[in-house]
Write a protein that binds this ligand. Structure first.
Ligand code: ATP
Ligand code: MG
Length: 203
């Protein structure tokens, strides 16, 4: 690189640094936030568990409710149950598998209410830094849970508690409540090219 280009590169980086430093300077508020990870692409639950493990790394406490439990035990939950940090995590998975071809509304509704009772308790516990509500969006979309009640409980949580919500088709009320919304787009998925779901990747 000649001297002129080096100089102009350095000036550009300096201007960038000033913009970033100013933005960092403006963000001074300290509080828990609501993070919504939605969209049709792969990576919602794994991203949420990445954040959970990040919090545990800092010695924080967390609550996890999984509103849809697949038939396969997932690696992240197996790991959580084996890891010593598990003492810092309260975990509940919805009892009956919520099924797409809802054959038994009553049983699913009971299971959803029970899972929500655990979530509500966690959302009122100031000892929990993070509450992960995995696949919560479907409970609202299919009216297993009341959207206004869920929004109110999340809103009334302890000031320093962060809530992570995952799932496709998030209702607008959830997106509005959230401080951070990431929508993962589905550009490609190996399954559609005929690749079988794999342990460690898909569950
Ligand atoms: P992951 O748990 O891998 O982060 P996710 O939470 O974003 O995925 P879900 O809708 O909860 O996605 O579905 C979980 C399962 O479905 C995973 O096995 C995942 O690989 C698969 N999956 C996710 N998105 C897609 C997609 N767009 N097409 C096909 N399969 C998908
Ligand atoms: Mg998921």
């Amino acid at each position: 690189m000649d001297e002129d280009r080096k100089q102009s590169h350095n000036e550009r980086m300096q201007r960038k640094k000033e913009v970033v430093d100013a933005a960092i300077g403006r963000a001074q508020e300290e509080r828990g936030i609501v993070i919504l990870i939605t969209g049709n692409g792969k990576g919602k639950t794994t991203s949420a568990f990445g954040t959970l493990y990040r919090a545990l790394g800092h010695g924080q406490r967390a609550g996890v409710v999984q509103f849809i439990k697949g038939t396969q035990a997932t690696g992240e939950v197996i790991f959580l149950q084996q890891h010593p940090a598990t003492a810092a995590v309260q975990y509940h998975a919805m009892a009956t598998g919520f099924t797409w071809n809802t054959q038994n509304w009553e049983a699913d509704k009971r299971a959803a209410d029970e899972a929500w009772a655990h979530a509500r308790r966690m959302l009122a516990d100031p000892a929990l830094n993070l509450v992960l509500l995995d696949e919560l969006t479907y409970m609202l979309k299919y009216n297993y849970l009341d959207t206004a009640e869920v929004v109110a409980a999340i809103r009334a949580r302890p000031a320093m508690q962060t809530v992570l919500v995952t799932g496709r088709a998030a209702k607008p009320e959830l997106a509005e409540l959230a401080d951070t919304v990431s929508e993962i787009a589905d550009r490609k998925h190996a399954f559609r090219a005929g690749v079988k779901a794999q342990a460690g990747i898909d569950f």
